[in-house]
Design a protein around this ligand. Structure first.
Ligand code: HEM
Length: 384
């Protein structure tokens, strides 16, 4: 039930010793997420953060309007619903085929790791198909993405420096690879995202090659571990709620509200740590001075009893479930429709095809990150 969040919510806007502010209650979180003075650009912090963003063209998750809106709109034109019919709309058969292929490999195995054997490879394969990465390059693409993602939770106290170096090298290799792929796509008709972005002449003009590579990179980084964690948290939650699992077998349509409830109850993104006050912001009678760092405790907001009845109960029948699992406001998750579809298909097929699955360890081991929450492995046994 996350007792720390309940404690934090007693002071919904709290000043920390280091001068940053922590926002933890639902009302204050939604309020500030819609405040035009809340900036996603770390250059507006009075105390600079590690200048990681300065290295490459920043992607729109770290930009404010009008740049954010221009790039997001350009990408959204092709990506799809809810705003326009696009690539995601037609992906269902492809996603089902990828999921089925992964589950076919479980045959004859008594023990499986839902993370390594399933949830980890799935979203990368999907992104490869979406971007139009040729099949023969997919294994190399997986290696790069894994190295980049692994290095994101690098901890200098416990991790070998090699982990960071591998991640930096893979970031460079990945950008170079995407740049090369993009060069071949100019002037060519085609349905994949890189080709569409390279040849788009919409009302907002066209993205530069550098912007396209940054956007592709953003989709990978923002869309990978988040989806891995939602699928894994979902399987764990279902195994802890066997009656819901059985209901899902009997009523497959339950999957839609069930995934929404997962995004509220066990969300992959717990904290957004990188917001800045562009000018003074007043929240719940507290003035947050210009330049302050603001940490948004999204998972705490989604468990706030002032907004959600019986918030520590996993209830797929919950009505009016406006959770903060995808954030809120202008940076609301861009990949929401894809992430929902991926998770709906993944959990439906796992539940349908696994024979009496049982958890090997509860709780499973977790990733060390305080920002993204999900098991590092989820071993389950199935009957033969
Ligand atoms: C933004 C969560 C999957 C692409 C966000 C934000 C959250 C989030 C909380 C808001 C960040 C902020 O306000 O700074 C999730 C979760 C996912 C998921 C829980 C999976 C279950 C995906 C996927 C993609 C994606 C699959 C793309 C393929 C993005 C992008 C943004 C974003 C591009 C930035 C939007 C903007 O700045 O306008 N996501 N995400 N996400 N997400 Fe996701």
């Amino acid at each position: 039930p996350y007792p720390l969040y309940a404690e934090l919510r007693e002071t919904p806007v709290a000043l920390q010793e280091d001068g940053s502010y922590v926002i933890s209650a639902y009302r204050e979180l939604t309020g500030i997420l819609h405040d035009p003075h809340l900036s996603s650009d770390v250059r507006h912090l009075s105390r600079p953060m590690a200048a990681a963003e300065a290295r490459t063209t920043p992607s729109f998750i770290n930009l404010d309007p009008p740049e954010h809106d221009r790039l997001r709109r350009l990408a959204m034109r092709h990506f799809g619903p809810p705003h326009t019919p696009g690539l995601v709309t037609g992906m269902e058969p492809d996603l089902t085929a990828i999921v089925s292929g992964l589950i076919d490999h479980f045959a004859g195995k008594q023990q499986i790791d839902i993370v390594d054997d399933f949830a980890y490879p799935f979203p990368v394969t999907v992104i490869c198909h979406l971007l139009g990465v040729p099949r023969e390059d997919e294994p190399q693409f997986h290696v790069w993405v894994n190295a980049v993602i692994d290095s994101l939770d690098y901890d200098p106290k416990t991790d070998p420096k090699e982990k960071l170096d591998n991640g930096m090298q893979a970031t460079t290799d990945l950008r170079e690879y995407l740049g090369g792929l993009l060069e071949q796509r100019h002037g060519r008709p085609g349905g994949d995202l890189l080709t569409r972005l390279a040849n788009d002449d919409g009302p907002d003009g066209r993205m530069t090659d550098d912007e396209i590579v940054s956007t592709a990179n953003l989709l990978l980084i923002a869309g990978h571990e988040t989806t891995v964690n939602l699928i894994t948290n979902g399987m764990l939650t279902l195994l802890r709620h066997p009656r819901v699992l059985q209901r899902l077998r009997d009523e497959p349509d339950l999957i839609v509200p069930l995934v929404e409830e997962l995004l509220r109850y066990e969300p992959p993104v717990h904290i957004i740590p990188w917001r800045a006050a562009y000018s003074d912001i007043t929240v719940a009678d507290t003035v947050i001075p210009k330049g302050s760092q603001i940490m948004l405790m999204l998972a705490s907001g989604s468990r706030d009893p002032d907004r959600f009845h019986d918030p520590d109960r996993f209830d797929p029948d919950r009505q009016d479930n406006q959770h903060l699992g995808f954030g809120s406001g202008i940076h609301l998750c861009f990949g929401g429709p894809l992430a929902r579809l991926e998770t709906q298909i993944a959990l439906t097929e796992l539940v349908r095809r696994l024979d009496r699955p049982r958890l090997v360890a509860d709780p499973p081991p977790y990733r060390p990150s305080p920002i993204l929450r999900g098991p590092i492995h989820l071993h389950i046994e199935q009957s033969q």
